[in-house]
Design a protein around this ligand. Structure first.
Ligand SMILES: [Zn+2]
Length: 367
């Protein structure tokens, strides 16, 4: 990547919502769907008319035409439109017009009517502001909280979507990639004893602070064992337990962000192993921070951060024998049990920490 290239990046993350906010988001989805379906019905009628009467064709409307007609014909009849951001139906009609455009130039099929609960989403345009690390302000709905740290960028619109009972916000932004012209390669071995071992010899231990909360959690659950289910004390205890769970989860999330930033920001090339996550979890081979969030999340963060910092991410095939190969002479061992924490080469006599050996092999896999 060239130095200082402007790059359009997308960011999508889950929202933390209260009941009122959920209702507001549902309403906006409803309006986006209503406007789309109304516009689609109308444009289909126009096409039918033009096919039937080729001599008296009606001009196919632009997104602006459609919005003018919507304001005149639909909004006045449907009061609930006024409870939501006016940019929502406008954006839905723009998306509809784009869908027709793709259909006309044959890059996509005919647009379809939207059903409630299926790919619910809407777009807001206007003042979208990122406030601090975990808050984003959007028109009409106000301030929304996110689990994940938000990039500190400027954006003019945001799309909110629903998958099952989870809600997500996504937006696009331009960045000047920070190409530090680094040529160093780092191999990363994810582990259980330590969060990550780097081929440079650095060891990222991961967050220790949540361990004390985990101890507190198990003590709390033990103390609660005789409380009558459904009683006031039991309910209070349940809330306290849920809060502690959330706190632990947040510390782990933060740890993962620190690791992915460190890797992407300070190395020209990052080499990781493609992991079979379900197998890894069953073996308890990964640190809790990664096991909890999933390898997919680790890789997702690393991918966008590498783009952001102008570094290269290489994912090595999961069958690459990173642990079994001697990083000194290249001889491959037949077997290596999980308990063997030190790699001892039978060929050249090289002795090295197991994880460090794997990380070095990964860093060499690209050269
Ligand atoms: Zn060897």
């Amino acid at each position: 990547m060239d130095k200082g290239v402007a790059l359009l990046l997308g960011f999508k993350t889950e929202l933390i919502l209260n009941k009122a906010q959920r209702t507001a988001l549902m309403k906006h989805c409803g309006i986006a769907r209503h406007a789309w379906n109304w516009g689609l019905g109308l444009t289909k009628q126009i096409l039918d008319h033009n096919n039937a009467l080729p001599d008296s064709k009606i001009k196919f409307p632009t997104a602006i035409d459609l919005h003018k007609w919507l304001v005149a014909l639909v909004k006045s009849e449907n009061e609930w439109y006024y409870e939501c951001s006016k940019s929502t139906p406008q954006q839905a009609l723009m998306a509809l017009r784009e869908a027709w455009k793709r259909c006309f130039n044959k890059t996509a099929g005919v647009p379809k009517f939207k059903k409630k609960g299926k790919r619910d989403s809407f777009t807001l345009e206007g003042t979208v502001k990122i406030l601090g690390n975990n808050k984003i302000q959007v028109p009409v709905i106000g301030v929304l909280k996110t689990y994940e740290r938000l990039p500190q960028v400027l954006t003019k619109s945001a799309t909110i979507s629903r998958q099952a009972d989870k809600w997500f916000i996504s937006f696009r932004f331009d960045v000047e990639t920070q190409n530090l012209e680094q040529t160093n390669v780092v191999g990363v071995d994810l582990g259980v004893k330590n969060l990550a071992t780097l081929s440079t010899g650095e060891v990222i231990a991961g967050a220790k602070s949540y361990k004390k909360y985990e101890a507190k959690l198990s003590r709390m659950q033990w103390l609660n064992r005789h409380k009558i289910i459904g009683s006031t004390n039991w309910k209070k205890a349940q809330i306290a337990v849920a809060r502690l769970h959330m706190k632990i989860a947040n510390i782990r999330k933060d740890t993962l962000h620190k690791l992915t930033t460190l890797l992407a920001k300070n190395h020209g090339t990052v080499v990781i192993e493609d992991l079979n996550v379900s197998g890894m979890m069953a073996n308890h081979k990964l640190a809790r921070a990664i096991a909890d969030m999933g390898f997919y999340e680790f890789r997702r963060q690393l991918t966008y951060k590498c783009q952001l910092y102008g570094s290269k991410l290489i994912v090595v095939d999961r069958w690459f024998p990173s642990s079994k190969t001697c990083s000194n002479c290249g001889t491959k061992k037949e077997t290596l049990t999980l308990n063997e924490r030190v790699f001892e080469c039978g060929d050249c006599g090289f002795v090295i920490d197991r994880d460090l050996n794997a990380a070095i092999n990964l860093s060499k896999a690209v050269s």
